[in-house]
Write a protein that binds this ligand. Structure first.
Ligand SMILES: C[S@@+](CC[C@H](N)C(=O)[O-])C[C@H]1O[C@@H](n2cnc3c(N)ncnc32)[C@H](O)[C@@H]1O
Length: 230
């Protein structure tokens, strides 16, 4: 069996076909900027930044942005985009389980579709790193996959490690473990935070046919907003 600490593989961004889709910021993340107010000294961390859609979004608004991703290609693309727009951000290649930032530093940490890319123990380690780098009263906002609805467990090409963990085979996520949360896991793993919102949502790949929507053949996500206590 695989060493459950050792697989830390990033996305193969050079093989992503719909890369422009990954350059549009997420709506609820954009709305978060309103809650930050006009203090441009606010510090934001984009964990698993991918090709930089949220790093760029917050840098354009003028906030102090830092970001990281395990993928070399992701870091290269994010830096290229920042340079093209004449923007500044501290962007580093690194693992989510060991974030290269001091304690109590950030007002907001976002991590969109990232922290489930690991075995359970590394997911828990990542959440404790997020807690560590947030300032007291700082906010974490992110999305995670849930076991409540996902078809990947019935796809025979994936390696099923246990009833909540698979390693994807093929494609841009080849070799990456994925941990699928139950709602109880979310409550347990984020117990050192105060919950502000927990929203279940489903994602369907286009075309969004009526029959597909009705049979709910998509994948389930939770959108989480939590705050580190004062
Ligand atoms: C679905 S993409 C999302 C990218 C970005 N957050 C966004 O919303 O556009 C997941 C990202 O997580 C990164 N990732 C996966 N495992 C990681 C790890 N252990 N540490 C840091 N980043 C990781 C991948 O390389 C990839 O860029």
């Amino acid at each position: 069996m695989n060493n459950k600490n050792s697989i830390q593989v990033g996305w193969k961004w050079e093989e992503v076909n719909d890369i422009n889709e990954w350059k549009k910021p997420d709506g609820p993340v954009m709305r978060l900027s309103y809650s930050l107010g006009s203090d441009l000294n606010k510090k934001i961390y984009d964990l698993g930044c991918g090709v930089g859609r949220h790093t760029i979004y917050f840098a354009r608004l003028g906030y102090q942005v830092s970001a990281s991703d395990i993928s070399e290609e992701a870091i290269k693309e994010t830096k290229k985009w920042l340079n093209k727009e004449g923007l500044r951000a501290d962007v580093q290649q690194g693992r989510m389980t060991k974030i290269n930032q001091p304690d109590n530093t950030f007002d907001l940490v976002i991590s969109m579709n990232v922290i489930h890319h690991a075995f359970k123990n590394d997911v828990i380690k990542t959440i404790s790193e997020i807690h560590r780098i947030l300032k007291p009263r700082g906010i974490f906002y992110g999305t995670i996959k849930t076991k409540e609805k996902d078809e990947v467990f019935t796809n025979k090409t994936n390696v099923i490690v246990d009833d909540q963990t698979i390693i994807l085979k093929g494609g841009v996520e080849d070799g990456i473990p994925h941990f699928f949360f139950h709602k109880e896991d979310i409550i347990e793993f984020f117990k050192d935070f105060k919950f502000e919102s927990l929203v279940y949502t489903e994602l369907y790949f286009p075309p969004n046919l009526e029959e597909k929507l009705l049979s709910q053949k998509g994948s389930g996500y939770y959108r989480i907003q939590v705050r580190k206590p004062a």
